[in-house]
Design a protein around this ligand. Structure first.
Ligand code: NAD
Length: 513
């Protein structure tokens, strides 16, 4: 079937009917959503106003005041049920991710699997929100730290991980005793609506099983940037976790700092890999091709820059270029296609501009051309581009959110490392080597400056067990696993005196008789 003939709107109807979402929630509104697969409209959602958003945040604050009193393991039970509901809805939600964002089927499903995994993690965590008992210098005293919920957690998410990012934040925030308010990307409100419906099912079961939970524990706000701003500006939101471009982070970060609110900023990445003389080239080829072309280059962790040692350059790069020429591009719903569409025309234009600038700077481009435009005039499919660059230019140092891999030669390891770190954005990174000294140096303090540094595996993809992300401009590794939960809580230090005296500073006396 040609792309234009796919009836994606009908599929969306079926998915929402199965999830019990009424048609007026995604039809007849002002926010039009197009599937990048065919370029056709698949929904038109009602949007909230900034005033509605403010009221919703106030209501979420009321929910927090109640939810913080529910014991943490009971809060974990709600997230356990959410994990179960996500398991049953995995096929439907994964399909909707593919339809709304254009991810190939396995990646749409993979995104939902990440949601399930973080639920499992958070359930365990709900019994492990540990504080320390600390040796005190005072006799007959005990000192300890306790962790308390923070308040309303604001979540702003990007189009390319339309549902996983919400779950990384929400599963932790909720077991930690907070309420959440989510502003998804205006390009992906349908998957957000479906996710909220799945959460509501889990909540209904939790309450039916005797659990107690307030209304407005998890709120979804459909709207544009102004709604994100309402979250950022609201004094009752002590933490905003915002995922998106570095431009967005630069606007959001200072505003939060201004009112002393916390931020988790997961921003752009201009990720690189170094291929050294001892690299296993077959493994490297597979790792590089997948990390650079997968999700049509629209992952924050996509591989965008490759530094290849001059002794292996000719053995690797022509093979890589061949792989680029042979990759299957087309509907992400068709099995076997590795590369789906770009999200929209704007992304296509930015890609073409970056390729033009690279050519002008002496780059040799293979690929990059638009394909399948005769089948679907409003969809933007491209052949991934590989660009051999004479040096790391300003264009190479920018994150273009499209499948462009810039390849450059190097001679010494230190030179490669310096080039690797010479970009403002630093999210994820890799080295392909069998030399233990190079591998260890790469992950050491003087090695990669990114929040994720890998050896013999590409930079893209992440497991929820590790703290994900950490773009270097904003600090390293803060979402999902490890001890990321601490960001969603506040620490109190408590000192308890079980003696009969109150030690005062030397020489201080009070006349209390
Ligand atoms: P974007 O910055 O255009 O939008 C992201 C979100 O921020 C949207 O919901 C948008 O409405 C909101 N927003 C934009 N300006 C805002 C403002 N001034 N105040 C409040 N909210 C605002 O990003 P995008 O195009 O949707 O996503 C692609 C970008 O996201 C890429 O740069 C990619 O690397 C990055 N990303 C990073 C991670 C990570 O974990 N580091 C994950 C996914 C995507």
């Amino acid at each position: 079937m040609t792309l234009a003939k796919l009836d994606l709107a009908a599929e969306v109807d079926k998915i929402f009917a199965d999830l019990g979402v009424a048609a007026d929630k995604y039809k007849g509104g002002t926010l039009a959503v197009r599937s990048p697969i065919s370029g056709t409209e698949i929904g038109r959602l009602p949007e909230v106003t900034a005033a509605d958003a403010k009221k919703a945040i106030d209501a979420a604050h009321e929910a927090f005041l109640e939810w913080r009193l529910v014991p943490a393991p009971k809060r974990g039970e709600l997230i356990r049920l959410l994990g179960e509901e996500l398991r049953s809805a995995k096929a439907a939600l994964g399909r909707l991710v593919s339809i709304e964002v254009g991810k190939v089927t396995s990646e749409g499903l993979g995104e939902v699997q990440e949601m399930i995994d973080i639920c499992d993690f958070a359930v365990g965590l709900s019994r492990q929100l540990y504080g320390l008992t600390i040796a005190t210098e005072r006799s007959e005293h005990r000192m300890m730290e306790t962790w308390h919920p923070l308040g309303v957690i604001g979540i702003i998410s990007a189009f390319n991980f339309p549902v996983a990012v919400w779950s990384w934040n929400s599963a932790l925030a909720i077991v930690c005793g907070n309420s959440t308010v989510w502003k998804p990307s205006e390009k992906t409100p349908l998957t957000a609506l479906a996710t909220q419906a799945i959460f509501d099912k889990a909540l209904a079961r939790y309450i039916a099983n005797g659990g107690s939970a307030p209304k407005n524990l998890s709120t979804l706000l459909i709207g544009g940037r102004d709604i994100g701003e309402a979250l950022v500006d609201h004094e009752k939101v002590p933490l905003v976790s915002a995922t998106g471009s570095t431009r967005m982070g630069r606007e959001v970060g200072p505003k939060l700092a201004q009112r002393f609110a916390r931020s988790i900023l997961e921003l752009g990445g201009n990720n690189a890999a170094i291929v050294t003389p001892t690299a296993d080239l077959d493994l490297t080829l597979r790792g590089v091709a997948f990390a650079a072309m997968g999700t049509a280059g629209q992952r924050c962790t996509t591989l965008r820059r490759l530094f290849v040692h001059d002794s292996v350059y000719d053995a690797l790069v022509p093979r890589l270029a061949k792989a680029y020429q042979s990759v299957t591009i087309g509907s992400p719903l068709t099995e076997g296609n590795l590369v789906g569409p770009l999200i929209d025309r704007q992304a296509f234009d930015k890609m073409q501009a970056a390729l033009q600038a690279s050519k002008a700077a002496g780059g040799k481009v293979v690929g990059g051309e638009r394909v399948l435009d005769a089948e679907a005039t409003d969809a933007y499919y491209v052949r991934p581009a590989i660009v051999e660059m004479p040096r790391q230019t300003d264009t190479v140092k920018e994150e273009t959110f499209a499948p462009i891999l810039y390849v450059m030669k190097y001679s010494t390891f230190d030179e490669a490392l310096a080039l690797h770190n010479d970009v403002p954005q630093g999210l994820s990174s890799s080295i392909f080597t069998n030399d233990m000294r190079e591998a260890e140096t790469f992950v050491s303090a003087r090695g990669s400056d990114c929040g994720i540094a890998n050896v013999n595996i590409g930079p893209s993809g992440a497991e929820i067990g590790g703290a994900f992300g950490g773009e270097k401009e904003t600090g390293g590794g803060r979402e999902s696993g490890s001890d990321a939960w601490r960001a969603y809580m506040r620490r109190a230090t408590n000192t308890l005196n079980y003696g009969r005296t109150l030690p005062l500073a030397q020489g201080v006396k009070f006349d209390i008789e």
